[in-house]
Every structure is written in structure tokens, then in C-alpha cells.
Write a new protein. Structure first.
Length: 273
């Protein structure tokens, strides 16, 4: 989706997620002249992107354009301090798009004004390679045009899904926000299991990594459900069936994953309070 005409955009925070978004926007056609970045110490990779494209970095407040959207990509711990310096940008019609974990729409609105259009999102790490999954929830004063604009900006780094109940952001955090770590841990455990069965560590690590990569790509390209794909690779009485009988057993992977997601959801809720 082209980002032509989506600006002006003010990006507050150019860390890992802010930098990923910035790269996606530029690749999607957003003009560098329509972007301003506010970050006292952007990391080297983001700074290089900013300097190469001659993007305005920390311009004087009076020189900032009337933004169509302000993207909040800062750590939750400093959000209140950052918001106190952005009140002047909370102009009629300006959308505030938050990618900060644990900060509620009401909490942001308390700083910017009750009628500020705010969209809260939870993206995930694969946004860095354009394969992210972002779940978003719109506040009461967000217009259909705001939602469309937010979707355009977020789809520059992957896919977007919407929930109408903000409480579901905690569940989304537990599934997609934290989900990449579960997959990385799966690859780690699979490699370790191979080493226990005698494979050289380097080979076990490469086999596990490439297997997870390939299975993910196959799932992305296929119209089949994960369950159907699993059935397709499982021959009755074969080696895969033997392994799945363990994973599907009592207190197996499904139960363990349900407990893990519940724990992440609970912690997400605690951090939002």
C-alpha cells in the first residue's frame, strides 16, 4: 500500500520499533520531507537512516508541521514525561498512534486531552523485517479516516488486525507481541534435543533454525490451516506421529502454551494498570 500523502508524520522515538516503522514508511513511499523524528539519542542504525534521507531530527517545536499523526514509539517508563512535551501537537484532527506496551488509551488521553483521537497498538519484533503482526484498538474519538491512516502506516511493516475491546490488547500481547520469543525458544529446545540424541551442536542448531524458518514460510504461502499442514506431514504410525503423541499428551504442548499465554496476558494487564 502506497504511503503517498500520508504525512506529515511526527515519530517520537527511533529505537527498534520506531526505526522499523521509519524504514517501512520510506520504502512505502512516504516522503522524507513529511517526517520529523523526535529522539535525543537515536541508535546508530536509525540515525543513519535519518541522515541519509535528510529527515528532520529534533526540530524546534515551532517549526514542526501540523502533523496528520504523531507516532509514540517510546518506552512505557518515560511515556508520561514525553507526553508532557507533546501537548502542543494535540491539535484538532491529529491522530496519536501508540506502539508503547502497557499504556492505555485513557492514560494517554489524560495527558493530551479527553477528546484526542488515540489508537493503541501492540506490534511485534518481526516488524523489523517487514513481517510484523500488529493488533490495534481505536479510541472513542478516532474517525474512519484515522483508522485508514493508521492501517496504512502499520501495514508498511506487516499485517494489522483490529479489536474493538481494549481489554483484548492484553491477549494480543500474549499471542503475537510475545509470540516470537516462543518460536525462538522452540528452535532453541529443538536444537538441544538434537544434541541430546548425538547430533553435533552446530548441525543441530542449523537444522532447528532452518526447519522453523521453512515451516513458517510454508505456512505463510499455504492456504491450509496449521492443523491441516501438520496432518499432511504426519504419516500414521511414523516418526512424526510418535513425536506428536508426546506433544499432544496430557500436560503437553497445547496445555503448556495455554498456560504461557495466560501468564503473559496477566502480566500485560498488570503493567497497564
Amino acid at each position: 500500500m502506497s504511503l503517498k500523502g500520508a504525512g506529515p508524520v511526527v515519530l517520537v522515538g527511533a529505537g527498534k520499533m520506531g526505526g522499523a516503522l521509519l524504514g517501512g514508511w520510506l520504502a512505502g513511499g512516504l516522503k522524507p520531507s513529511e517526517i520529523a523524528v523526535l529522539d535525543p539519542e537515536p541508535p546508530a542504525e536509525s540515525r543513519a537512516l535519518i541522515e541519509t534521507n535528510r529527515i528532520a531530527l529534533n526540530p524546534a517545536p515551532e517549526t514542526l508541521p501540523d502533523p496528520s499523526v504523531v507516532v509514540l514509539a517510546v518506552k512505557p517508563q518515560i511515556m508520561d514525561r514525553v507526553l508532557s512535551g507533546l501537548e502542543g501537537l494535540a491539535r484538532p484532527g491529529t491522530l496519536f498512534l501508540s506502539v508503547a506496551a502497557g499504556r492505555t488509551i485513557a492514560g494517554i488521553a489524560a495527558r493530551l486531552g479527553a477528546q484526542t483521537p488515540i489508537i493503541r497498538t501492540i506490534p511485534n519484533m518481526p516488524a523489523a523485517v517487514g513481517r510484523g503482526m500488529t493488533v490495534a484498538c481505536a479510541g472513542a474519538f478516532v474517525s474512519p479516516e484515522h483508522r485508514t491512516l493508521a492501517a496504512r502506516l502499520l501495514e508498511a511493516v506487516g499485517e494489522v488486525g483490529w479489536v474493538e475491546d481494549e481489554a483484548l490488547i492484553d491477549a494480543a500481547t500474549a499471542v503475537s507481541g510475545s509470540g516470537p520469543a516462543y518460536v525462538f525458544y522452540l528452535a532453541e529446545c529443538l536444537a538441544e534435543a538434537g544434541v541430546r540424541r548425538g547430533l553435533p551442536p552446530e548441525l543441530a542448531a542449523r537444522a532447528a533454525r532452518v526447519t522453523v524458518e521453512g515451516a513458517g514460510e510454508l505456512m505463510r504461502r499455504s492456504a491450509l490451516t496449521p492443523a491441516q499442514l501438520r496432518d499432511n506431514v504426519t504419516s500414521p504410525g511414523g516418526t512424526t506421529a510418535a513425536a506428536l503423541s508426546v506433544l499432544e499428551g496430557q500436560d503437553g504442548l497445547a496445555e503448556l502454551m495455554a498456560r504461557a499465554v495466560a501468564a503473559a496476558e496477566k502480566r500485560s494487564h498488570e503493567l497497564s494498570e
